[in-house]
Write a protein that binds this ligand. Structure first.
Ligand code: MSP
Length: 675
């Protein structure tokens, strides 16, 4: 049996949880659930980092003791994870006696082995990071690179760790074990840091009282960063459960943000080596989230509170709260490749909710179940001999598991999910092509039944594969399918075998899980306009949407003549080919000030984001357009309309005065050519 241990950073208790913290935890939860699904023996740890000068200061400001302060805040983190359905096996607090014991034990071991000595440490110190910085790391020669606050020149008599002596050792490790630190960009950064040389590190503080005493000199406390890292060995029982420690430690994967990478991939393995313990198996340093192109900060007030975001999505869509939480998790993991920076926006969440979850996943259920209900007495019909498109569906089902496992199992959530969605695409296409309604019309009930069986069997497989990402929604799908074996007991192997859906199962159809977000009431429209949720890749999203051209529907609505094109004179195919028609996906829609017919649509065409202005405001509510795929002329000269530059024109049929948008008949990726 595989063994897998995954950790999140332990969060500072004085921080307000935001999307950054939530992201690490959701990623860790997803991989933990995936490995459990694969049958591994899993341990998943998170917790809180409760010592240090910042916490001491915060408590003083609040007029309470540090212990009272941390006791008040730590449960709030626990409650947040509970609300988000996080499946951690333990929650460690660094003020717990079990941790104090292990921190002192390892510190003593490193000291006994000669890796810690008494000296004076002087340097540029950032109190917020609780870290010293080398001169060349400072911004403008005096600012902390993380907090942009002025660093302080600090001299202290304390204990130092001989980090410099481990420089060659860690360099070799980073060079020879590429998987030890991922992604590659982060590995390269650490390689150049280490190649530049490592200085000994002050690992105790005389001035900080709120910490764990150095065992051989209790006037000093252990430097909070070294102490905090030790939580990872404490929790699995380094001192109190050696069997469990030995089982899990060789398989530990630390998930961290890139700002704290060097602590995990350089200092931590060196310290462990000094104390005689093996290095972690892997460190994964993910990217940073910005919000609408800006760095999140307390002063800007643009912190994204995950609970508020999910609540808003639930309200706007009418989905259950837990299902909205799944959509939030899915969007974060799907939009930005793990390891890259990403930008957070409202539009992408709505788009993913509508297009991926409502259309591709939810709809498969909503298309098949009513037919089973109406024509098969609510019982899943038996499968039949394979015909026509059946083989293709089955083949896709057999391939998706391996493809998803290769990706998700190695932290490539984005591509793993894309594989599952490719499979859902095949299943949707299957039901379209196999057309059970036609078989029913032809009174070929066994064939209609077989098609429905196959569709629902594909859905069963996708549902199992999606449990790590959509834990609540998949549970609801499972209930609607009526399968009596609990979803929680399913393993990847159950998704490997075609035919696992028991014919005769009584289905239990329910309301749509992902009600499409449309402008159904003024209140919903207001909530949507309120902005907030969602994510998009920095590459397409961070830059302001490119300025833009004109639309025929806007000024002169003559998109397609109902009498055909000849009255306009003939054109050659070469002339027609000069028009670059593309599928575009609507990300955001705004009204154009001072023009009651115009909407400005921010659309994605492949990798590009543009604004297209169109005269459709009287027929289409802005919210109803988000997530839709439309057709645009992509190579039209830009034109300014009422002060808004439009680049491109959308296509609409012209029904009298009423423009009717053209849309692809099936889902096609944005950027696809139309000819
Ligand atoms: N207490 C330390 C970790 C000690 S681990 C032994 C700490 N805590 S933290 O609460 O400040 O941050 C925890 C995590 O949140 C880090 O992984 C950090 O990278 C992540 N993020 C904070 N802001 C972030 C973004 N804007 N985007 C993505 N992740 C970010 O550091």
């Amino acid at each position: 049996m595989d063994t897998f241990y995954v950790t999140t950073p332990i969060y500072y208790v004085n921080d307000v949880p935001h999307i950054g913290h939530t992201y690490t935890t959701l990623a860790a939860d997803t991989i933990a659930r995936w490995k459990r699904l694969a049958g591994a023996d899993v341990f998943f740890l998170t917790g809180t980092d409760e010592h240090g000068v910042n916490i001491e200061r915060r408590a003083r400001e609040a007029g309470v003791s540090p212990q009272a302060w941390v006791d008040e805040i730590a449960p709030k983190w626990q409650a947040l994870w509970k609300r988000l359905g996080i499946s951690n096996d333990d929650f460690i607090r660094t003020t717990e006696p079990r941790h104090i014991r292990v921190a002192q034990n390892l510190f003593q071991k490193a000291y006994d082995r000669g890796a810690i000595y008494k000296g004076t440490y002087e340097g540029w110190y950032c109190p917020s990071c609780e870290a010293f910085y080398a001169e060349e790391e400072l911004l403008e020669g005096q600012l902390c690179p993380i907090h942009k606050r002025r660093v302080e020149w600090t001299a202290e008599e304390n204990y130092l760790f001989r980090l410099s002596q481990y420089r060659d050792w860690i360099l070799r490790k980073l060079e020879q074990e590429p998987l030890f630190l991922q992604p590659e960009t982060q590995r390269n950064e650490m390689l150049s840091l280490v190649r530049g040389g490592l200085r000994d590190l002050a690992v105790s503080r005389l001035s900080v009282k709120w910490g764990i005493p150095v065992p051989f000199d209790p006037a000093q406390t252990i430097y909070v960063w070294v102490e905090a890292l030790i939580n990872y060995v404490t929790a699995i029982g380094y001192l109190d459960n050696p069997e469990r420690y030995n089982r899990f430690w060789p398989h530990v994967h630390h998930l961290v943000g890139r700002d704290i990478n060097r602590f995990h991939s350089v200092i931590w393995p060196c310290f462990l080596e000094a104390a005689g313990l093996p290095s972690p198996k892997q460190v994964w340093a993910h990217g940073f989230w910005t919000v609408e192109g800006e760095k999140m900060s307390k002063t800007r007030g643009n912190f994204i509170d995950p609970i508020a975001e999910i609540t808003r999505l639930a309200e706007v869509s009418g989905a259950q709260w837990e299902v909205a939480a799944d959509a939030f998790r899915y969007t974060l993991l799907r939009e930005v490749p793990f390891g890259q920076d990403g930008d957070y926006s409202h539009a992408a969440l709505i788009h993913r909710f509508n297009a991926d979850l409502a259309n591709d996943f939810g709809n498969l259920l909503n298309r098949a179940l009513p037919l089973v209900d109406r024509h098969f007495g609510g019982q899943i019909p038996p499968s039949g001999p394979p015909e026509g498109p059946d083989g293709g569906l089955r083949k896709a089902a057999e391939e998706v598991l391996g493809a998803a496992d290769r990706r998700i199992g190695t932290f490539d959530f984005t591509r793993g999910l894309a594989e599952i969605w490719r499979f859902l695409g095949v299943a949707n296409k299957y039901i379209d092509e196999a057309a059970p309604w036609s078989a029913l019309k032809a009174r070929n009930s066994p064939r209609a039944g077989a098609i429905l069986y196959n569709t629902l069997e594909a859905l069963r497989i996708a549902t199992i594969l999606l449990t790590p990402v959509l834990p609540a929604a998949t549970q609801r799908v499972w209930e609607q399918l009526g399968i009596s074996t609990p979803l929680a007991s399913q393993r990847l192997d159950d998704a490997r075998r075609w035919g696992g859906l028991p014919a005769g199962t009584r289905i239990r159809p329910g309301p749509p899980l992902f009600p499409r977000i449309e402008a159904r009431s003024d209140r919903q429209a207001t909530l949507l306009a309120g902005g907030g949720a969602g994510a998009r890749r920095a590459s397409t999203g961070a830059a302001p949407a490119r300025a833009a051209g004109s639309t025929r529907a806007a000024g002169s609505p003559t998109p397609v003549s109902s009498r055909g094109g000849t009255e306009m004179g003939e054109i050659t195919i070469e002339e027609f080919n000069k028009v670059d028609l593309r599928i575009a996906e609507v990300l955001e829609v705004k009204r154009v000030a001072g023009a009651d017919k115009l909407l400005a649509l921010v659309v994605r065409i492949g990798q590009e984001t543009r604004t297209v202005v169109a005269g459709i405001a009287q027929q289409y509510a802005p919210e109803a357009l988000i997530g839709r795929k439309i057709v645009v002329v992509a190579n039209l000269q830009p034109r300014k309309l009422r002060g808004v530059e439009s680049q491109g024109m959308l296509l609409a049929a012209n029904d009298g005065d009423r423009p009717v948008l053209l849309a692809p008949d099936q889902d096609v990726p944005s950027g696809a050519r139309v000819s």
